[in-house]
Ligand binder design. Structure first.
Ligand SMILES: Nc1ncnc2c1ncn2[C@@H]1O[C@H](COP(=O)(O)OP(=O)(O)O)[C@@H](O)[C@H]1O
Ligand SMILES: CC(=O)OP(=O)(O)O
Ligand SMILES: [Mg+2]
Length: 401
């Protein structure tokens, strides 16, 4: 321990209302500076292509660039108005089920979880390390993708494999994108004018990574991602669900190594693997020209979505809303339409005209007569992280012992 633990940090001064949020991904760093006095966004940016040709060398260089961009705009990290720094951390294992003030020990625990999220947690740790070096005086908070899913019951969280093996290696469903699923399910209740405790929602988070969750009265009861962010829906470059026998077959018959199978399933699958493009906009353009591979990729993507809508309808019993969010969910009327077409027997009636309208805020796209509301609700993981971070900075838990 080097004494840099921030749990004991003094409460921020009254005019220190700003929070920096860092979302360090496998090949990008996204950042936002927010003023929590009114939740306004003072700055946001993205450093992409880390470690690729034409990009910055590594995550440390990316964070340096982010810090420089903020300084150039008069919003340097040395500002006394900065109250705290919030970090998206993808894997929190079973230990972290709530936002957590970062200490050396917390960093070590996040490091211990690297094998469960090899693409994500190392980048998160670099972000934390650099930020703590820049501002050792500030509270720094980890907000975990897995936290919202910690309520998923054992029947849904357990894989049906030998229990001793599962327990020894921490093999279970953890789920990801939880900050988004929590934010969007709460915002949906608000859109419906009802208390979160009263509504059952299926959230479809469709970004580059994609996941579905079933939320009963504000509590997550099932989710499509599993031990790692690879299971479930078809994604930009990830396969989502495959028969685990596929892995065995590739290793035995194609002679592929574990790393090769990993790359295949994480980087060369999904929409990209099916048609050579991972951007839904480009796939839409190609479909309009009658491109068969693009059409097939779209069809596989949509078929998987429909499966999860059906499965989570059965899990919830009563569904009040199906909600689309993230890049594809918020912007692709075609995906929304195709995913829910013909589901009137489940009480889902889309309104094609409403669905086709381009808009930016939370909105309903179902017919007024639809028993199940269909909504588009923009996610804002950074705002959610900033709220959690600011709340912990203002009211740090009492230190135990
Ligand atoms: N107008 C659009 N129509 C269809 N898809 C879109 C549109 N705008 C963005 N997307 C999709 O959103 C995806 C990115 O989603 P986003 O939530 O920003 O991803 P990330 O997981 O990186 O946060 C892109 O791959 C793109 O296919
Ligand atoms: C966990 C995960 O899949 O995150 P992302 O969508 O940012 O890759
Ligand atoms: Mg996103």
């Amino acid at each position: 321990m080097n004494g840099r633990a921030t749990t004991g940090a003094a409460r921020p001064a009254a005019d220190a209302t700003r929070v920096l949020v860092l979302n360090s991904g496998s090949s990008s760093v996204k950042y936002q500076l927010l003023d929590m006095a009114d939740e306004s966004r003072l700055a946001s940016g993205l450093v992409e292509r880390i470690g690729e040709e034409g990009g910055v060398a590594d995550h440390t260089a990316a964070l340096d660039r982010a810090a420089r961009e903020l300084k150039d705009r008069g919003l340097g990290l040395d500002s006394p108005r900065l109250a705290a720094i919030g970090h998206r951390v993808v894997h929190g294992g079973t230990r972290f089920t709530a936002p957590t003030l970062i200490t050396d020990e917390v960093v070590e625990e996040i490091r211990r979880l690297v094998p469960l999220a090899p693409l994500h947690n190392p980048a998160n740790i670099t972000g934390i390390t650099v930020a703590r070096e820049l501002r050792p005086d500030l509270p720094q908070v980890a907000v975990f993708d897995t936290a919202f899913h910690s309520t998923v019951p054992e029947a849904a969280a357990r894989y049906a494999i030998d229990t001793e093996t599962a327990d020894r290696y921490g093999i279970r469903r953890y789920g990801f994108h939880g900050t988004s699923h929590a934010f969007v399910s709460a915002a949906t209740a608000e859109l419906l004018g009802r208390a979160p405790a009263e509504v059952n929602v299926i959230v479809l988070h469709l970004g580059n990574g994609a996941s579905a969750s079933a939320v009963r009265g504000g509590v997550c009861v099932d989710t499509s991602m599993g031990l790692t962010p690879l299971e479930g829906l078809v994604m930009g470059t990830r396969s989502g669900d495959v028969d685990p026998g596929v892995l065995l077959h590739l290793e035995r018959e194609a002679g592929m190594s574990t790393d090769e199978v990993d790359r295949l399933l994480n980087k060369r699958s999904g929409l990209l693997g099916l048609c050579g493009d991972n951007d839904m906009r480009e796939i839409g353009r190609r479909m309009a020209e009658g491109d068969a591979a693009a059409q097939l990729a779209f069809d596989v993507y949509v078929h998987r979505l429909r499966r999860y809508v059906g499965a989570f309808t059965a899990v919830l019993g009563r569904v009040d809303a199906v909600v689309f969010t993230a890049g594809v969910g918020e912007n692709s009327a075609a995906v929304r339409e195709a995913a829910l077409r013909g589901l009137e027997p489940l009480g889902i009636e889309m309104d094609s005209v409403r669905n086709a309208v381009r808009a930016s805020g939370p909105r309903l796209v179902s017919a007024p007569s639809s028993r199940v509301a269909v909504a588009v609700v923009p996610t804002d993981e950074e705002l959610a992280i900033a709220r959690d971070t600011y709340a912990l900075a203002l009211h740090p838990p009492q230190e135990v012992g």
